[in-house]
Design a protein around this ligand. Sequence first.
Ligand SMILES: C[S@@+](CC[C@H](N)C(=O)[O-])C[C@H]1O[C@@H](n2cnc3c(N)ncnc32)[C@H](O)[C@@H]1O
Length: 432
Amino acid sequence: MSVVTKGRIRQRADLTYKFNMTSGRHGWLRLTPAYSVKVVEELIARLDDPLRVLDPFCGTATTALCAAYHGHEGVTTDINPFLVWFGQVKTAHYSDATIASTRRACAHVLEAVKRGTVEPVKPPPIHNITRWWCSDALQFLCALKGGIERESEEDSAERDLLMVAFCRTLIKLSNAAFNHQSMSYKEDRQLTIPFDVDVSGVFAEDTRFVLRGAEANPRGVASVSFGDARCLSDAVADPFDLVITSPPYANRMSYIRELRPYMYWLGFLDCGRDAGELDWSAIGGTWGVATSRLTDWERSTESLVPPLLEVALSGIAHSANKNGKILANYVARYFEDLWKHFNSLITVLSDGGELHYIVGNSTFYGVLLPVERIYAAMLEQLGFEDIKYQIIRKRNSKKELFEFDVSARWSGPKSGTWPRATKNAPTSMGED
Ligand SMILES: C[S@@+](CC[C@H](N)C(=O)[O-])C[C@H]1O[C@@H](n2cnc3c(N)ncnc32)[C@H](O)[C@@H]1O
């Protein structure tokens, strides 16, 4: 196992989602934890033969689209149905005729909204919706969605493309602030776009942006499906030569929280309880009901635990840390899920299959969680070879937080040596 560092390590905005915003389809929707297509490009561009590339944590389908643009077969899965829909739309092939009919449908929608001849949809059941949109913006969005539903057929490519443009517009007209890694409200709770903006123009421009991306069809194919990364063989047909992915980080980021405006407007969510359930079903979710469930969560005694993880868990669970026990449970559950994931991954890899996991480390109460080393230890335990973790960028101002590329090659199972987990989260090992 080896660690590689390259020169001075910097924050590198070009290696984050920010790079994607101007990269055609990759810029269609912003997901802060999306990785930069540049990272994936660098890993894919060096390969000549068409390969089967898997991303078990699809997110916005960066890997699958990039693989397809390079003529490979990109296969990806996610547990969030909104992201599955979005990934399918983002990686599809569009004919000139579809693009032209979508352009016409957009013009008809805006004309009808202007004339007031559409039946607006009901606002989505988002808690405190007026904190998100002022009433003028809300009225416009309800009419716009009603117009899209009237002017495009259900389940058509035109409807999908207009809905992506709609997602862009609803965020631009919202009070959502992007100054935090998760979406939150602007401090002053005022709409940041003054309402004399040409709202129809915003949607027209968003549709033009989406259609420019749609014109650039990938030469390879991509398939995006619903699937749980803990049981991959149920979701995808093996074997895969290459895995490039960015799993959830152990940092309590909630993708449901981040994506809720889109999910509510597009009907993927209709109450807060479902949002919490969906988050609990995801790896690393702790939003809503997921947080309270962690209190009583117990580790599976079937799970194998790297000694490195036990040390970190003991530090986090220290009695001086107010929520130490629950956060230790959070971290233990995260790695239990990752262990299940890696065990299911080896059933779909080809011999010699290569993997790259782009993942960040974390800290809890000043205890460094060496995520990259724990991943590497898990891979070693399962029989991977050539395991490396290379720092690719500094994450933020905290000097100990980095993003890594954990890479390895599959060469068949070997028997490991770890102890099994005990049922309860570890107790404190004493003073820090
Ligand atoms: C860091 S994001 C991936 C971002 C992606 N690389 C991109 O560029 O957009 C992690 C993704 O893992 C998904 N996820 C979480 N738990 C999962 C599970 N058990 N199975 C499949 N996907 C899961 C989340 O929904 C989220 O989309």
